[in-house]
Write a protein that binds this ligand. Structure first.
Ligand code: G3P
Ligand code: CA
Length: 248
Protein backbone atom coordinates (compact mmCIF):
# COMPACT_ATOMS: atom_id res chain seq x y z
CA UNK A 1 0.00 0.00 0.00
CA UNK A 2 1.21 3.47 -0.89
CA UNK A 3 1.48 5.86 2.07
CA UNK A 4 0.00 9.23 1.11
CA UNK A 5 1.95 12.42 1.78
CA UNK A 6 0.00 15.35 3.24
CA UNK A 7 1.61 18.78 3.40
CA UNK A 8 1.27 20.09 6.97
CA UNK A 9 -0.02 23.70 6.90
CA UNK A 10 1.06 23.63 3.24
CA UNK A 11 4.70 23.23 2.33
CA UNK A 12 5.76 24.61 5.68
CA UNK A 13 9.49 23.99 5.26
CA UNK A 14 9.96 26.56 2.51
CA UNK A 15 6.98 28.93 2.77
CA UNK A 16 5.19 30.67 5.63
CA UNK A 17 2.74 28.11 7.01
CA UNK A 18 -0.98 28.24 6.16
CA UNK A 19 -0.56 30.80 3.36
CA UNK A 20 -1.50 30.68 -0.30
CA UNK A 21 2.20 30.34 -1.18
CA UNK A 22 2.51 27.31 1.10
CA UNK A 23 -0.51 25.65 -0.48
CA UNK A 24 0.58 26.44 -4.04
CA UNK A 25 3.98 24.92 -3.30
CA UNK A 26 2.35 21.83 -1.77
CA UNK A 27 0.41 21.36 -5.01
CA UNK A 28 3.46 22.05 -7.17
CA UNK A 29 5.45 19.23 -5.55
CA UNK A 30 2.57 16.79 -6.00
CA UNK A 31 1.33 16.35 -2.43
CA UNK A 32 -1.42 13.78 -2.05
CA UNK A 33 -3.05 15.87 0.64
CA UNK A 34 -2.94 19.34 2.15
CA UNK A 35 -3.60 20.01 5.82
CA UNK A 36 -4.69 23.41 7.18
CA UNK A 37 -6.21 24.95 10.32
CA UNK A 38 -9.31 27.15 10.52
CA UNK A 39 -10.57 29.88 12.89
CA UNK A 40 -13.40 32.43 12.98
CA UNK A 41 -12.84 36.18 12.88
CA UNK A 42 -14.88 38.69 14.90
CA UNK A 43 -17.17 39.10 11.86
CA UNK A 44 -17.61 35.35 11.45
CA UNK A 45 -15.27 34.83 8.49
CA UNK A 46 -13.24 31.63 8.21
CA UNK A 47 -9.50 32.24 8.11
CA UNK A 48 -6.60 29.84 7.84
CA UNK A 49 -3.98 30.04 10.58
CA UNK A 50 -2.57 27.69 13.17
CA UNK A 51 -2.52 29.66 16.42
CA UNK A 52 -5.52 31.37 18.03
CA UNK A 53 -3.31 34.45 18.35
CA UNK A 54 -1.70 36.23 15.43
CA UNK A 55 1.53 37.09 17.28
CA UNK A 56 3.78 34.31 15.97
CA UNK A 57 2.92 34.34 12.27
CA UNK A 58 2.06 37.99 11.56
CA UNK A 59 3.39 41.41 12.54
CA UNK A 60 0.28 41.98 14.68
CA UNK A 61 -0.79 40.98 18.19
CA UNK A 62 -3.86 39.48 19.81
CA UNK A 63 -6.60 36.94 19.21
CA UNK A 64 -7.97 36.20 15.73
CA UNK A 65 -11.50 36.41 17.15
CA UNK A 66 -10.93 40.02 18.22
CA UNK A 67 -10.32 41.20 14.62
CA UNK A 68 -12.63 41.57 11.64
CA UNK A 69 -11.38 40.05 8.39
CA UNK A 70 -10.61 43.49 7.02
CA UNK A 71 -8.50 44.31 10.08
CA UNK A 72 -6.72 40.97 9.95
CA UNK A 73 -5.87 41.49 6.28
CA UNK A 74 -3.79 44.55 7.23
CA UNK A 75 -1.14 42.36 8.87
CA UNK A 76 1.87 40.87 7.17
CA UNK A 77 1.84 37.07 7.43
CA UNK A 78 5.06 36.42 5.51
CA UNK A 79 7.91 38.60 6.77
CA UNK A 80 8.32 36.61 10.00
CA UNK A 81 9.37 33.67 7.78
CA UNK A 82 11.51 35.48 5.20
CA UNK A 83 11.74 38.93 3.59
CA UNK A 84 10.90 37.18 0.32
CA UNK A 85 7.33 36.73 1.56
CA UNK A 86 6.81 40.32 2.74
CA UNK A 87 3.24 41.44 2.09
CA UNK A 88 1.71 37.96 2.33
CA UNK A 89 -1.77 38.09 3.87
CA UNK A 90 -3.69 35.72 6.09
CA UNK A 91 -5.85 33.71 3.67
CA UNK A 92 -9.53 33.03 4.03
CA UNK A 93 -10.72 29.48 3.54
CA UNK A 94 -12.57 30.70 0.43
CA UNK A 95 -9.30 31.91 -1.11
CA UNK A 96 -7.65 28.58 -0.42
CA UNK A 97 -10.57 26.66 -1.90
CA UNK A 98 -10.35 28.80 -5.03
CA UNK A 99 -6.61 28.17 -5.24
CA UNK A 100 -7.24 24.42 -5.05
CA UNK A 101 -9.38 24.40 -8.22
CA UNK A 102 -7.00 21.99 -9.96
CA UNK A 103 -5.92 20.06 -6.88
CA UNK A 104 -6.63 16.36 -7.24
CA UNK A 105 -5.68 15.33 -3.72
CA UNK A 106 -7.36 15.42 -0.31
CA UNK A 107 -7.90 18.56 1.72
CA UNK A 108 -7.63 18.04 5.48
CA UNK A 109 -9.35 20.85 7.38
CA UNK A 110 -8.60 20.97 11.11
CA UNK A 111 -11.10 22.82 13.29
CA UNK A 112 -9.09 24.71 15.90
CA UNK A 113 -11.92 24.49 18.38
CA UNK A 114 -9.96 22.98 21.25
CA UNK A 115 -11.20 25.69 23.62
CA UNK A 116 -14.71 25.90 22.13
CA UNK A 117 -14.14 29.49 21.08
CA UNK A 118 -15.86 29.45 17.69
CA UNK A 119 -19.56 28.54 17.92
CA UNK A 120 -20.98 27.75 14.48
CA UNK A 121 -17.63 27.26 12.74
CA UNK A 122 -18.49 23.76 11.54
CA UNK A 123 -21.53 24.72 9.49
CA UNK A 124 -19.80 27.75 8.01
CA UNK A 125 -16.84 25.65 6.87
CA UNK A 126 -19.10 22.94 5.43
CA UNK A 127 -21.07 25.61 3.52
CA UNK A 128 -17.90 27.11 2.03
CA UNK A 129 -16.61 23.73 0.91
CA UNK A 130 -20.01 22.92 -0.60
CA UNK A 131 -20.06 26.26 -2.40
CA UNK A 132 -16.49 26.40 -3.73
CA UNK A 133 -15.36 22.78 -4.06
CA UNK A 134 -18.31 20.39 -3.74
CA UNK A 135 -16.32 17.58 -5.40
CA UNK A 136 -13.06 17.99 -3.53
CA UNK A 137 -12.38 15.11 -1.12
CA UNK A 138 -12.21 16.72 2.32
CA UNK A 139 -11.31 15.12 5.63
CA UNK A 140 -12.27 17.16 8.69
CA UNK A 141 -10.20 16.67 11.83
CA UNK A 142 -10.06 18.14 15.31
CA UNK A 143 -8.75 17.47 18.78
CA UNK A 144 -12.20 18.61 19.86
CA UNK A 145 -14.25 15.58 18.89
CA UNK A 146 -17.49 17.42 19.77
CA UNK A 147 -16.78 19.62 16.77
CA UNK A 148 -16.64 16.57 14.51
CA UNK A 149 -19.83 15.17 16.01
CA UNK A 150 -21.56 18.51 15.34
CA UNK A 151 -20.35 18.44 11.75
CA UNK A 152 -21.63 14.89 11.27
CA UNK A 153 -25.07 16.01 12.48
CA UNK A 154 -25.05 18.86 9.95
CA UNK A 155 -23.67 16.71 7.15
CA UNK A 156 -23.80 12.94 7.73
CA UNK A 157 -21.68 12.42 4.60
CA UNK A 158 -18.75 14.40 6.01
CA UNK A 159 -15.53 12.42 6.32
CA UNK A 160 -14.17 12.92 9.84
CA UNK A 161 -10.90 11.94 11.51
CA UNK A 162 -10.08 12.03 15.22
CA UNK A 163 -6.96 13.92 16.17
CA UNK A 164 -5.28 12.23 19.10
CA UNK A 165 -2.04 12.35 21.01
CA UNK A 166 -2.44 9.08 22.85
CA UNK A 167 -3.81 5.62 22.28
CA UNK A 168 -7.36 5.03 23.43
CA UNK A 169 -8.45 1.73 24.92
CA UNK A 170 -9.98 -0.29 22.07
CA UNK A 171 -9.49 2.73 19.81
CA UNK A 172 -11.59 1.36 16.94
CA UNK A 173 -14.76 1.19 19.09
CA UNK A 174 -15.01 4.90 19.86
CA UNK A 175 -13.91 5.80 16.34
CA UNK A 176 -16.67 3.69 14.80
CA UNK A 177 -19.25 4.95 17.32
CA UNK A 178 -18.85 8.52 16.21
CA UNK A 179 -18.57 7.61 12.53
CA UNK A 180 -14.94 8.61 11.94
CA UNK A 181 -13.03 6.87 9.15
CA UNK A 182 -9.55 7.67 10.47
CA UNK A 183 -7.37 8.58 13.40
CA UNK A 184 -4.74 11.25 12.95
CA UNK A 185 -2.17 10.21 15.51
CA UNK A 186 0.91 11.77 17.04
CA UNK A 187 3.70 9.79 15.45
CA UNK A 188 4.93 7.85 18.50
CA UNK A 189 1.34 6.63 18.98
CA UNK A 190 0.96 5.84 15.28
CA UNK A 191 4.22 3.88 15.21
CA UNK A 192 2.91 1.14 17.48
CA UNK A 193 0.59 -1.85 17.34
CA UNK A 194 -2.30 0.66 17.45
CA UNK A 195 -1.92 1.32 13.72
CA UNK A 196 -2.39 -2.32 12.75
CA UNK A 197 -5.31 -2.73 15.16
CA UNK A 198 -7.09 0.26 13.69
CA UNK A 199 -6.40 -0.75 10.11
CA UNK A 200 -7.74 -4.26 10.83
CA UNK A 201 -11.00 -2.57 11.78
CA UNK A 202 -11.02 -0.59 8.54
CA UNK A 203 -9.89 2.66 10.17
CA UNK A 204 -7.20 4.67 8.42
CA UNK A 205 -4.14 5.90 10.29
CA UNK A 206 -2.44 9.16 9.43
CA UNK A 207 0.62 10.14 11.46
CA UNK A 208 1.81 13.66 12.33
CA UNK A 209 4.15 15.42 12.14
CA UNK A 210 6.59 13.12 10.37
CA UNK A 211 9.66 15.12 9.39
CA UNK A 212 12.65 12.82 9.92
CA UNK A 213 13.55 10.60 6.91
CA UNK A 214 13.95 7.58 9.21
CA UNK A 215 10.39 8.08 10.49
CA UNK A 216 9.05 8.56 6.96
CA UNK A 217 10.72 5.30 6.02
CA UNK A 218 9.17 3.57 9.03
CA UNK A 219 5.72 4.83 8.03
CA UNK A 220 6.19 3.46 4.50
CA UNK A 221 7.35 0.10 5.85
CA UNK A 222 4.43 -0.12 8.29
CA UNK A 223 1.89 0.80 5.62
CA UNK A 224 0.61 3.82 7.56
CA UNK A 225 -2.12 5.35 5.38
CA UNK A 226 -0.62 8.84 5.32
CA UNK A 227 2.04 11.00 6.87
CA UNK A 228 1.41 14.66 7.56
CA UNK A 229 4.74 16.41 7.09
CA UNK A 230 6.39 19.83 6.88
CA UNK A 231 8.59 18.43 4.05
CA UNK A 232 6.24 17.08 1.39
CA UNK A 233 8.73 17.21 -1.47
CA UNK A 234 11.40 15.25 0.43
CA UNK A 235 8.79 12.78 1.66
CA UNK A 236 7.50 12.18 -1.87
CA UNK A 237 11.05 11.60 -3.16
CA UNK A 238 11.73 9.16 -0.37
CA UNK A 239 8.47 7.34 -0.91
CA UNK A 240 9.12 7.01 -4.63
CA UNK A 241 12.57 5.52 -3.93
CA UNK A 242 11.07 3.20 -1.34
CA UNK A 243 8.49 1.97 -3.82
CA UNK A 244 11.11 1.34 -6.50
CA UNK A 245 13.13 -0.78 -4.08
CA UNK A 246 10.16 -2.75 -2.78
CA UNK A 247 8.92 -3.48 -6.31
CA UNK A 248 12.24 -5.06 -7.31
O1 G3P B 1 -3.20 17.43 11.79
C1 G3P B 1 -2.02 17.15 12.43
C2 G3P B 1 -1.44 18.35 13.10
O2 G3P B 1 -1.66 19.46 12.29
C3 G3P B 1 -2.03 18.59 14.45
O3 G3P B 1 -1.27 19.48 15.18
O4 G3P B 1 -0.69 21.61 16.18
O5 G3P B 1 0.13 21.09 13.90
O6 G3P B 1 -2.26 21.59 14.28
P1 G3P B 1 -1.02 21.02 14.85
CA1 CA C 1 -3.20 21.23 12.19
Amino acid sequence: MKTAVYAHRGSKCNCPENTLDAFAEAMRVGSDGIELDVHLTKDQQIVVMHDEKIDRTTNGKGQIKSYTLEELKQFDAGSWFSAKFKGTRVPTLSQVLELLADFRGVLNIEFKTDRNVYPGIEIRVAQLVGHYRPHLPVVYSSFNHESLIRLKKINPEADIALLLWERLAEPWRYTQQIGATAQHLWQPTAFSETAEQLQKHGIKVRAWTVNQPKNMQLAFEMGIDAIITDHPEAALDLRNSFQKVTKQ
